[in-house]
Design a protein around this ligand. Structure first.
Ligand SMILES: [Zn+2]
Length: 477
């Protein structure tokens, strides 16, 4: 059989080409709709988010508070009907911020509001004082005349990020945050500073991990709050050299992190696993309500609401991943990598995965697993999600940082795309706290996850085979 006829046979067998939904489909749809509506008046997600953020506060990757939160979350799962609950540990290099300061020295001396980027190395004990050179991009750093950045503090301002629903300004700027220090070090710079990667105009720096190169972070690296980046710009534009003094006592240490894993075991096909992911760690300066306690609340609530109505056919596995936020001297994929190594060949039984890690505001679109857009499954999913004002969002290929290793291992992914308009005002700041969560929008998220996961869990669509056939036929053409 050719690959294409093989694909068609597989699709036919899965019922995807039938024009009318079966009685079983109708029952599944009715059940998903009922659970969707129940989720709209359920507070489990908010309660879970409140507990995690209140009891443990900030949960930096590898910290005692992340470890304690994981133990508590595992107990919570056991007490709330999850089975096979376990904690999967993995080694991690942790990071502590210590003390820090940024100030302008000389003429116009004044303190600025900013802080070290995650995993930045410390400055010498008496700080680093040097002239600032402002650029707009990594490419500007690389194109600088030889010697012109030597001994200087390289300050990258790509312009203020503008908020939008997709968070589209984040990717290019986070690349500067992770790759910029290496580019500056290659030009002999003494330190690296970036305008905060965020869309707010508040006097709060946005932290976030910087990047390792050959096992080291090459320079002390900082971010400035947006108003302080503006202030520094005005001083530079006055035309006289501006000198900054940077100080940080940041340090790394050997520790461990962990994934918390719990199952709603499938009634008839328990070895077929659906992964619902989020991450338990947060940055040190906020309590990580948006990023990403809410994701844990949303996924755990969806699984619990489904389970309370009776066991689904397939197994629903909730994973609260450890250490999503930080880069490492040698990358092993953090929690997502540890999980994939742990399951070994059982990855073949992971039929689909999804991740909630873009805050707690409404889901506005659904991205479906590769190859399913024109299927009956898609029609049903769109119909069940439409009353929540969720649009058709094409195919999902990325999934998220935590389920990324599963996706690269051949597991199809879906995406319930959240409105990120507010997200990058709060992301990685001291302002990422519980009060920012709108309980009604959080419930809309839970309703979307509950309905879609219920449809997947009771479906016999082989998402893996469809995605594999699609990739295979694309390769053949
Ligand atoms: Zn996150």
């Amino acid at each position: 059989m050719s690959l294409k006829s093989c694909l068609l046979a597989g699709v036919f067998a899965a019922g995807l080409l039938s024009t009318t939904a079966s009685a079983q489909d109708a029952a599944t749809v009715a059940a998903a709709e009922a659970l969707r509506d129940k989720a709209l008046s359920d507070n489990i997600a908010f309660d879970f988010t409140r507990e995690i953020t209140t009891r443990f506060g900030p949960r930096p990757a590898g910290s005692k508070s992340e470890q304690d939160a994981a133990a508590w979350a595992a107990d919570w799962m056991r007490a709330n009907g999850f089975q096979n609950v376990r904690i999967e540990s993995f080694p991690l290099v942790g990071w502590e911020r210590g003390e820090e300061s940024i100030e302008i020295v000389g003429a116009h001396a004044q303190k600025l509001v900013g802080g070290a980027l995650g995993h930045s190395i410390a400055t010498p004990a008496d700080g680093i004082e040097a002239e600032v050179v402002r650029v707009e991009s990594i490419e500007d750093i690389q194109a600088a005349p030889a010697g012109s950045l030597s001994g200087k503090i390289v300050y990258v301002d790509p312009g203020q990020m503008v908020a939008d629903r997709q968070g589209s300004g984040y990717g290019p700027r986070s690349r500067i945050r992770t790759q910029g220090p290496k580019a500056a070090a290659d030009q002999g710079a003494a330190a690296f500073v970036i305008r905060s990667v965020g869309s707010d105009h508040d006097r709060m720096p946005h932290t976030g991990t910087t990047g390792y190169h050959d096992g080291k972070v090459p320079l002390p690296s900082f971010s400035l709050a947006a108003p302080d980046a503006d202030q520094l710009n005005r001083l530079i534009e006055m035309g006289q050299p501006v000198r900054l003094k940077l100080s940080s006592t940041a340090r790394t240490y050997e520790t461990h992190s962990q994934n918390v894993i719990g199952d709603i075991t499938g009634a008839t096909r328990p070895d077929e696993v659906i992964v619902l992911g989020s991450h338990l760690d947060s940055w040190d300066i906020g309590t990580g309500a948006f990023d990403d306690a809410a994701g844990g609340g949303i996924t755990i609530a969806a699984a619990k609401i489904i389970a309370e109505a009776g066991r689904p056919a397939r197994t629903i596995r909730v994973i609260l991943y450890g250490s999503e936020e930080v880069n490492q001297p040698v990358s092993h994929g953090n929690g997502g990598g540890a999980y994939v190594r742990g399951i070994g060949e059982a990855i073949e039984k992971h039929i689909v995965a999804g991740e909630s890690d873009l805050g707690a505001d409404n889901v506005y679109a659904v991205g479906l697993p590769v190859g399913t857009l024109n299927s009956d499954f898609a029609k049903i999913a769109y119909r069940v999600l439409a009353p929540l004002n969720i649009e058709e969002g094409g195919e999902e290929r990325f999934g998220g940082a935590d389920v990324g290793p599963l996706a690269r291992g051949g597991v199809p992914v879906f995406g319930l795309k959240q409105d990120a308009t507010r997200y990058f005002d709060l992301h990685h700041t001291a302002n990422d706290t519980l009060d920012k969560i709108d309980p009604a929008q959080l419930r809309q998220n839970v309703a979307a996850w509950t309905a879609l996961v219920k449809l997947i869990a009771d479906s016999d669509v082989d998402f893996r085979a469809i995605a594999a056939a699609q990739t295979g036929s694309a390769r053949e053409e």
